[in-house]
Design a protein around this ligand. Sequence first.
Ligand code: FAD
Length: 254
Amino acid sequence: MSEALAGLHRPYRVASIRLENAATRTLVLDRSLAADPGQFVMAWLPDVGEKPFSLAGADPVCLTVAAVGPFSRALHTLAVGDRIWLRGPLGRGFAPPSPAGHALLVGGGYGVAPLRFLAERLLAAGWHVSAIVGARRAADLLLVEALAALGVRLWLTTEDGSVGLRGLATDAFDAALTAAPEARTTVFACGPVGMLAAVAALCRTRGLPVQLAWEAHMRCAVGLCGSCEVGAGWLTCLDGPVFPCDPTVALPMG
Ligand SMILES: Cc1cc2nc3c(=O)[nH]c(=O)nc-3n(C[C@H](O)[C@H](O)[C@H](O)COP(=O)(O)OP(=O)(O)OC[C@H]3O[C@@H](n4cnc5c(N)ncnc54)[C@H](O)[C@@H]3O)c2cc1C
């Protein structure tokens, strides 16, 4: 899609709805977009507002939405056939290096949604894919069966120990690396900012390349308002949301 069209809202209809867990559902829309995993769209509902959502799939467009506040709850009220307006794809997505190697995906909360889209692309390009999926408790885990069905090797963590390893997603990091095939590992992560900073620190000390899908409060999403600036001058909407470092501690290049 051209940049000009990416800046305009286009109408979509909800084609189907998948219930992912008690608080999260995936809206499957009626058309596709040319986009990379890690890119996002601005979703608009008239009289409600507009918020960014990662693409959980692009053919057709899928949005995986956790109901936490007014806008996300309004998205949960949409039924099959209802309209939603999107602008995008926006931002920089994940950019897997070549040749293909071993990918370790680390996802927390709804951050797992773009990682499933990424896993599909990586597997199609010949990567070995492992994933750590973390949540507070078993009922909050997201897309575990979908990732397993793709053939992704999984490590699960829950803070209350109800499933998998008790602890945070980063507590499974070394186990997932040790079990990895010989190939060089690239780490791809999406989730809460605290988890991303911890993953970046682990990758720094182990000398591993990393790509982090960062989240910041966003308004215009096209680099004008500055509300998504993080660290010393990164704009999450244009420079990210996927960064090859922790943008709060690394300076922009150039
Ligand atoms: C690049 C980007 C991609 C995003 N992708 C997704 C996505 O794929 N799916 C998705 O559901 N959201 C995604 N978000 C978040 C989304 O844009 C909204 O912020 C979110 O839906 C909450 O909006 P709201 O108006 O419903 O609630 P708000 O009024 O904004 O928030 C209500 C309360 O919930 C808290 N909160 C906000 N988000 C969460 C959360 N995820 N978990 C727990 N508490 C939270 C807020 O701090 C606040 O206290 C993304 C944000 C960015 C910047």
